[in-house]
Ligand binder design. Structure first.
Ligand SMILES: *Cc1c(COP(=O)(O)O)cnc(C)c1O
Length: 370
């Protein structure tokens, strides 16, 4: 085995497969010799509006300081977040995307001999961060595509340190309500940190969907993670945040890289947070687009999983893989989710109205071809 650097990797890492991102526009353009401007990408749950102009202005203003290290404590952004979320500054942890937060949790609380509990069809980063530190991933079968919270409770044992739950979940779009979350948090043992991943909360807010912040004061073992990558339209900059007790935040800050969030991201996130019009517009656009796609799917006789995110998992049965390829040839990129245990679905991000129309037309064409 000497020199076999796959076999030498720790067992949890050997069993991982690399994260598969949505196909980049330029890659498809090269492969099919297409003009990138004609390609529609609805594959990575990005905000189709583009970044807020105010965030772009903030980035330009920050360029003059590029030679300096960023503020490693992210004071300005943390202050804004603390105020908006109704928490103290020392309860906020900033991350290089919210994925960074998930990794900080794993590095601080998981190790060989310990385990993390999460659902089948849950976000791909949960197994990555868990197995990367040699901990066991306990995957609990989903119920109607969503998290089966009572079954997840039952999977917790004395070696469990973390439970990852996403509300709404990606890639299914499924969600759980206020009562379900309350019951779950009441029954989770105190030694288990519950990571409530609210990457899509800005799209989902309202109705029966819980706001994790409202549970923070009652549950010291709760960490809420959020991101600027989705509704705030800053995916490329990599900035997210966690809200928890000051004790958990202090632990996470011990393991994070000193300058994990760059200065352009910090400046843009501050500006984006203040641009409430942009956020409202993003939400409206998503609602309209969700209706447009569902109407189109209905006309095509297709089923889907009801979603509260900015994406929808479309059920194509046996032909999901060939339809994905057919859509690529039409210049439309969506996301296969077979690696999430969903070989019959394609995940489609809600785009601009014209992009949604392109997708629906391409879908009709590909399906008609058979
Ligand atoms: C997109 C997404 C994230 C956010 O990732 P970033 O690192 O913040 O870009 C986190 N959780 C889920 C479930 C997601 O879908």
């Amino acid at each position: 085995m000497s020199g076999d650097f796959l076999a030498l990797a720790q067992p949890g890492v050997q069993q991982l497969s690399p994260y598969v991102p949505g196909k980049p526009v330029d890659e498809l353009a090269r492969e099919l010799d297409l003009d990138p401007a004609t390609i529609v990408k609805l594959a990575s749950n990005e905000n189709p509006l583009g970044a807020s102009p105010k965030a772009l202005d903030a980035i330009r203003a920050e360029l003059a300081e590029l030679t300096r290290y960023p503020d490693g404590n992210g004071f300005a952004l943390k202050s804004l977040l603390a105020e908006q979320c109704g928490v103290q500054l020392d309860q906020v942890t900033l991350g290089n995307g919210s994925n960074d937060l998930l990794e900080l949790v794993a590095r601080a609380y998981l190790a060989p001999g310990l385990n993390a509990v999460f659902s089948e069809h849950a976000f791909a980063v949960y197994p990555i961060v868990t197995q990367a530190v040699g901990a066991q991933a306990r995957v609990v079968p989903a119920k109607d595509w969503g998290h089966d919270l009572p079954a997840m409770l039952a999977a917790i044992d004395s070696d469990t340190r973390v439970v990852f739950i996403a509300n709404p979940n990606n890639p299914t779009g499924t969600w759980f309500g206020v009562d379900a979350l309350n019951e779950f948090l009441q029954d989770v043992p105190e030694h288990v940190l519950v990571v409530l991943d609210e990457a899509y909360i800005e799209y989902a807010e309202g109705g029966d969907l819980p706001d994790g912040l409202e549970f923070l004061s009652a549950y010291p073992n709760l960490l809420v993670s959020r991101t600027f990558s989705k509704a705030y339209g800053l995916a490329a900059l990599r900035v997210g945040y966690g809200l928890s007790t000051a004790v958990v935040a202090d632990v996470l800050n011990r393991v994070r890289q000193p300058f994990n969030v760059n200065s352009l991201a910090l400046a843009a996130a501050c500006a984006a947070l203040k641009d409430t019009d942009y956020l409202a517009q993003s939400r409206r656009l998503n609602e309209v687009g969700m209706q447009q796609l569902q109407t189109g799917f209905r006309e095509l006789g297709l089923g889907w999983i009801p979603s509260r995110g900015n994406f929808i998992a479309l059920d194509l049965g046996q032909v999901a893989a060939p339809v994905y390829q057919g859509l690529l040839r039409e210049g439309v990129i969506v996301r296969p989710v077979a690696n999430y245990g969903m070989p019959n679905h394609l995940r489609i991000t809600i785009g601009l109205p014209a992009e949604n129309s392109r997708l629906l037309e391409a879908l009709a064409k590909v399906l008609a071809r058979g």
